[in-house]
Design a protein. Sequence first.
Length: 463
Amino acid sequence: MRFFIASTLITAATAFAPTSTTTRTTPLRTLTPKLTPQTTSLTSLSASSCGTYDFDVIIVGCGVGGHGAALHSRSQSLTTAIFSGSDVGGTCVNRGCVPSKALLAASGRVREMQAEQHLSEFGIKVEGSVTFDREGVAAHAKQLANKVKGNLEGSLVALGVDIVDGRGVLTGKPNEVRDEASGKVYTAKDIILAPGSIPFVPPGVIVDEKTVYTSDGALELQSVPEWVAIIGSGYIGLEFSDVYTALGSEVTFIEALPNIMPTFDREIAKQAERLLIRERPIDYRTGVFASEVTPGIPGKKPVTIKMIDAETKEHVETLEVDAAMVATGRVPNTANMGLEDTGIETSRGFVAVDGKMRVLTKHDDGEVVPGVYCIGDANGKMMLAHAASAQGISAIENICGRTHEVNHAAIPAACFTHPEIAMVGPTEEQAIELAAKEGWELGKSQGSFRANSKALAELEANG
């Protein structure tokens, strides 16, 4: 089963410029005499193309966006350093996309094997009960994250990217980045900021990462609660509801906006509600804030959630549950990285950039900060890992003098529930708005998986 919407507004994404075939002849020397997992053996100090700086490019942050930028930088023969903050892979690899897919894969197998009626239609019968080992499922997620992290680090080492373990901060002087751990200052002709984001915890919510946790804690799967409340019904919350219900939990969504899954196309949201919520042990409250969330003690004391009306702010209900997951979005990880010292004003932590990913001094009529770029969640344009990678490649293209802008309307998004949800471009509601504003006629094409032989063969014709 799959849900999919594609707008007729979307055009093909602009292709990136071809990789340079220039071969660097300048000899490179090592920072350390010995290769370690944290530091590359091939380095570029005193060997940058311009000859004035330690490196051509310094990247602050080693998530998917920073990694993509580093690989493309080296493919263009630019000497490159990346500040990992001891977190190669960033949120996506260590606390996000990668381990969550491992949990979804394992829990999905449990759901499939427990669906006796569905299996019987294939002529399959499972003898006995289907069980799972919680610790084993959690270990699978951890092992996958570590494997992908190692692969990313290995690719940087192989291409001669210098990995600096510390967190990079701007010094306030042009072309400088300081290693927060050692105090050492590095220079580069161009700097790319890729610090990523962290979970947003609303006021009044106390997180202990045991009974009240963000996605960071949820991915460790320390327990499978009998009843878990998920605050927020976006991509993260919906995926975890899939995991929890497959493993035997009951789920209650708490959503501040009037509709469940408010960021989704309405038609998709209705289908998803029917297949992912109504048919499962899930209920929800909409139009309410979780104004106070107090942790409990596993097996002894419940988590208490006080809810208020989103408009009147009057108390409407108090829930006592076994656990609560806070899935209320993410905020930029830009605090204390020297932005203010460099004359860069943020809005709610987001860094303003133009279409070329160049940093602006402020969001309204800001000026370009020479030699500084910002990609990924920190600029707020599209908070998806693969969007960050595309932005990183685009920034390098512009550094190389080839004008490039990412077509964000052509970047897809997905929610890896069972069934999955995929979207690209504006929602139907947004397309209708655009058509009215810009004066063009909107077309709509719709199909059903009931006409898809593969879906019928899998007995998954919904969608």
